[in-house]
Structure formats: structure tokens, C-alpha cells
Design a protein around this ligand. Structure first.
Ligand code: B12
Ligand code: SF4
Length: 449
């Protein structure tokens, strides 16, 4: 059976004309994991296509085409699905957007997979092989990743030259919190799924790289598990980068263990430095943390910080952009990142804004964290869009990069390369603001509500 697996991309992320330099591109695990899950009893020839690094041929030679869909890529995925299905090929869709909106996705596919697919994808392939494909496959309520015999991701199916790194790993999925804007609780529920630590160690050993990345949404959600994982990483002598909530600030011992295990960079969802805005996002737990002290503590342990902020929360004043950018510069955040609040479908945020009649568009391609798709409370959509871009440019001026890295005492070439990559991003975002026409065409929306 010829199987093609595709990761479609929206314009911002597409390799041709997109914005991302190789210095910012790591290899996601979605397609390589799905490839590994194809059971040996299916005699499969597998090809992977990631539109972030290559074109997808429209005359694909495949019996079955699987696509992974996030909200920002839904339009592109449906467009490709239509073209392939018109050629009589079988198209299967899965991933976060399909899990959030199965009733929409099913209209564009021969079959959909809702939720994590460790059990359902092999089942689907066997059904397809015997001519009995069902319309929908759903993750079981007792789904678990505690399976020592799980196959390892087929990273070998991609050309490593296309990515900054292929040494990407995943120990856990989902998170345990319920931030209003986040898709995770809606899509996958409120418990974290954890892989056996021995399995992760084996995966890292097999890949054999010393600089690695975790895509887990929150590595410290379960402290007992986190301790076990970090302790097991120590003998591997790796340098790793990953994601955590700011709650790590309250556990100095875990933070030190994290550093000893090789953590050299942490993506932190700081979200906002305005306390009322944190309440808007149902992320009051962030308010219990002194960001300045946390940043200093992490720097003392030689852990760099990718600090993520979101703009457009209901209590955000017009000054939020400059205040936040200045905070990032003054406190030496190694790699600041800004997003525009995005009401992904299915989230409590989407429901609330829809009830308040504040959703401006359901063009999913604009749901990429860089476009305004709702009516903000204290500013116009244009002000939100312009302020967001201004913040990006401000923190990535050469003198601001120098000040941040000096303050962080971060002199590694990798940190500088990532900063230059983001500087390029900051200065080219405007090219992708294809929602401008849409907003300016609605005069009533240019007034704050
Ligand atoms: C790598 C990554 C990226 C990559 C590539 C993503 C892509 N698919 O194109 C890049 C850097 C480009 C990216 C960008 C963005 N991302 Co991103 N990203 C991730 C990340 C960190 C890891 C994905 C991964 O490798 N997971 C591990 C694999 C094994 O899990 P999985 O992908 O869920 O796949 C499993 C199942 O979902 C299912 N499945 C998935 N696809 C398919 C397909 C088929 C056919 C089948 C059968 C099954 C199946 O099977 C797999 C095994 O169980 C996830 C967070 C996470 N940890 O999942 C966020 C995540 C996917 N990203 C997210 C977001 C919001 C974004 C951005 C908007 C961020 C931003 N502010 O800029 C942009 C938008 C890009 C766009 N064009 O619109 C959200 C998606 C929300 C949504 N509704 O769309 C996530 C879930 C993070 C979050 N906390 O909300 N991202
Ligand atoms: S934003 Fe982060 S902490 Fe909040 S629910 Fe999502 S993954 Fe968890």
C-alpha cells in the first residue's frame, strides 16, 4: 500500500514564500510518529511531505493520503483534500483541528481520526486494506501512552538537511490546566498522558544527538514524573530545550534538577505582565509568580528563556505593547515572542467571544496567532495588529538584541542565530497581514467597543 503523509502549511509557514529561516525550523513529530505506527502487517511504502520544507506534488502516487490539520492549515488541507479526492484517492484527516471540529473535517475527507491515534490509525489502515474503511475513528476514553513497546518515530524518512534539528522528542501530551484560550483541555481533556521514562531515554540514545528539544506542552505538569524524567536525563549528558509553565518558580529544587539534567532553554507562557489580563485568560496562576525573579533564577542556572506573550486580552490597554516589549528588553528575555490572542474553535474563549458577537471571521487560515480575528475590548483591530508588530520590531532591534543578551549573559552562537531569525520574522510579518483588507472593509469595527 502506498501511503503519503502530509503536513500542509498556511502562507506564513510554507517553504516557498514563507517567513521561517532554517535557523528556526525543527522537525515536528507528527508525521514521523504516524509513519512509525503503520503496522508491519501492512506492506507500506511511506512518503512524508512537510509543506514547510518542500512542495506537495498534486499528482501524488498514493493509495491513501493522511494529512495533519491544525486550525491555521485547515483551509490548505481541505483544498489539497479536494484535489486528491477528485483524482479518486482516499484522504484521511487527523490532528488538533479535526479533533476540535470533527463535524467540519468529515465533510472534506473519506475518514477522520479524532484525538490521539496510537490505536486508531493502525485500526484504520487495516480496515482500509480489507476495503472496510469507516468514516470516523475516535480515541478511546481510557487512552494511555504508558506503553513500553511503542515504536520510535521514523525520523529517517525526512532529509535532516532541511531542519535545524531532527533531535525532537516528546515525553508527555496535554497539560492539566485550563487556560481560556488554549485548545488543549478542549481537544484532549484535563489529564496529562505520559510515556515511560525508559522509553524516552532509549529514543534519545538511538538518535544520539547531544542537543535535543522536547515539544511537550508542559514538562512540569506532574512533578513526580518530571523528577523521574530529569533524573534519567542526567547520565545522558544532553543539553535540552523544552516548555514549562512559570509555576516552576515555586519549586527551586525541581528547577535545579532541571538545570542539572541539561536544560539550557525553556519556553515560558508568560502571556501578560498585566495582572487583570492574566485573569481574562483564566491564567491567574501566573500571577503568583514574580517574573523578574524567575527570569533571574533561570539565568543563574544558565537556562535561556523564550518568553511568550499574548496581546488582545480584554484588560489590555493601548500601552500594553510598549510596556511588554520594554519589560522583555529590561529583563533580558533571551528570545521574546508575541502572539495575538486567537479564539481557536471549540475553546471557551471562542464560545465567549461568539456569544458576545465579537468573532470577526471564521477564515481559519487567519487563525495563526499573528492575525486579529476578533473585536478586542479596549482597542481597534488595527491598533492590535499594529501594536503587535511594533512590539516584535522593538525587541528585535540590534541594540535591543544586544541589551537583552548582555543582561541574560547569553553569549552562545545559537542564541544569536535564533535572535537573528526572529529579527527577520519581525521585519517581514507585514507581508503576511492579509487580513488588513478584511478589517478595513468593516468601518464599524475600527472603533473600540
Ligand atoms: C511542532 C509544532 C508546530 C510546528 C508545525 C505544526 C504543523 N503541524 O504544521 C510549527 C512551528 C510550524 C507550528 C506553528 C504553529 N503552531 Co504549533 N505546534 C507544534 C507542537 C509544539 C508539536 C506538534 C508535535 O510534533 N506533536 C507530537 C505529535 C506526535 O502529536 P500530534 O501532532 O498531536 O499528532 C498525534 C495526533 O494528534 C494524531 N494526528 C495528528 N495528525 C494526524 C493526521 C492523521 C492522518 C492521523 C491519522 C492522526 C493524526 O496522531 C498523532 C499521534 O497520536 C504542538 C504542541 C504539541 N506538543 O502537540 C503545537 C500546536 C500544534 N501548535 C499550535 C499553534 C496554535 C501554532 C501556532 C498558531 C503558534 C503561533 N502562535 O504561531 C502556529 C500556527 C501555524 C499555522 N500555519 O497556522 C496548537 C494548535 C492549535 C490549533 N487549533 O491549531 C498546538 C496544539 C499547541 C497548543 N498549545 O495549542 N507548530
Ligand atoms: S496554555 Fe499551556 S498551561 Fe494553559 S492549558 Fe494550554 S498547555 Fe496548559
Amino acid at each position: 500500500m502506498r501511503i503519503a503523509l502530509i503536513s500542509p502549511k498556511g502562507p506564513l509557514y510554507r517553504h516557498r514564500g514563507g517567513i521561517f529561516k532554517r535557523s528556526l525550523r525543527y522537525q515536528p513529530l507528527t508525521l514521523t510518529t504516524l509513519a512509525a505506527l503503520i503496522p508491519p502487517d501492512i506492506d507500506a511504502q511511506i512518503t512524508l511531505y512537510d509543506e514547510g520544507i518542500q512542495d506537495v506534488p498534486l499528482d501524488l502516487d498514493a493509495d491513501l493520503i493522511g494529512m495533519t490539520v491544525i486550525t491555521g492549515t485547515a483551509r490548505r488541507s481541505y483544498e489539497l483534500a479536494r484535489a486528491f479526492r477528485a483524482q479518486g484517492k482516499t484522504v484521511v484527516l487527523g490532528g488538533p483541528h479535526v479533533t476540535l471540529l470533527p463535524e467540519e473535517a468529515t465533510m472534506h475527507a473519506d475518514a477522520i481520526v479524532v484525538g490521539y491515534a496510537e490505536d486508531t490509525w493502525p485500526e484504520l489502515l487495516r480496515d482500509f486494506a480489507r476495503g472496510a474503511l469507516k468514516r470516523e475513528y475516535r480515541m478511546a476514553p481510557d487512552f494511555s501512552l504508558d506503553r513500553p513497546d511503542m515504536p520510535f518515530a521514523r525520523r529517517d524518512l525526512f532529509n535532516s538537511r532541511h531542519f535545524l534539528t531532527q533531535a525532537v522528542f516528546e515525553a508527555t501530551r496535554a497539560c492539566g490546566h485550563d487556560c481560556e484560550f488554549c485548545i488543549v483541555p478542549t481537544a484532549w481533556g484535563s489529564r496529562q498522558f505520559q510515556k515511560p521514562v525508559s522509553w524516552i531515554v532509549e529514543d534519545i540514545r538511538r538518535v544520539g544527538q547531544k542537543q535535543i528539544l522536547f515539544v511537550d506542552l508542559n514538562l512540569v505538569a506532574d512533578k513526580v514524573y518530571a523528577r523521574e524524567l530529569f533524573t534519567a536525563l542526567i547520565p545522558l549528558k544532553v543539553r535540552w530545550f523544552g516548555l514549562s509553565t512559570v509555576l516552576i518558580a515555586h519549586d527551586r529544587e525541581l528547577m535545579e534538577l532541571m538545570a542539572r539534567s541539561g536544560c539550557r532553554g525553556l519556553l515560558l507562557g508568560l502571556e501578560s505582565i498585566m495582572s487583570d489580563s492574566l485573569g481574562d485568560a483564566n491564567k491567574r496562576f501566573n500571577g503568583s509568580v514574580d517574573y523578574k525573579a524567575l527570569i533571574a533564577d533561570l539565568h543563574d542556572l544558565h537556562i535561556a528563556i523564550q518568553g511568550c506573550f499574548v496581546f488582545g486580552l480584554d484588560h489590555d490597554p493601548l500601552e500594553v505593547f510598549d510596556i511588554t516589549a520594554d519589560f522583555a528588553i529590561d529583563n533580558g528575555i533571551d528570545l521574546p515572542r508575541f502572539a495575538i490572542l486567537t479564539p481557536f474553535p471549540g475553546t471557551p474563549l471562542h464560545q465567549r467571544l461568539a456569544a458576545e458577537n465579537r468573532i470577526l471571521t471564521r477564515d481559519w487560515e487567519l487563525y495563526d496567532g499573528q492575525h486579529v480575528v476578533f473585536q478586542p475590548r479596549n482597542m481597534t483591530p488595527q491598533q492590535l495588529s499594529a501594536g503587535h508588530e511594533r512590539a516584535w520590531k522593538k525587541v528585535y532591534r540590534y541594540n535591543a538584541i544586544a541589551r537583552r543578551l548582555w543582561k541574560a549573559r547569553a553569549f552562545e552562537p545559537l542564541g544569536l542565530a535564533a535572535n537573528l531569525g526572529y529579527r527577520f520574522y519581525a521585519h517581514h510579518l507585514q507581508r503576511f497581514y492579509n487580513c488588513d483588507w478584511h478589517l478595513s472593509a468593516m468601518p464599524s469595527l475600527s472603533k473600540a467597543v
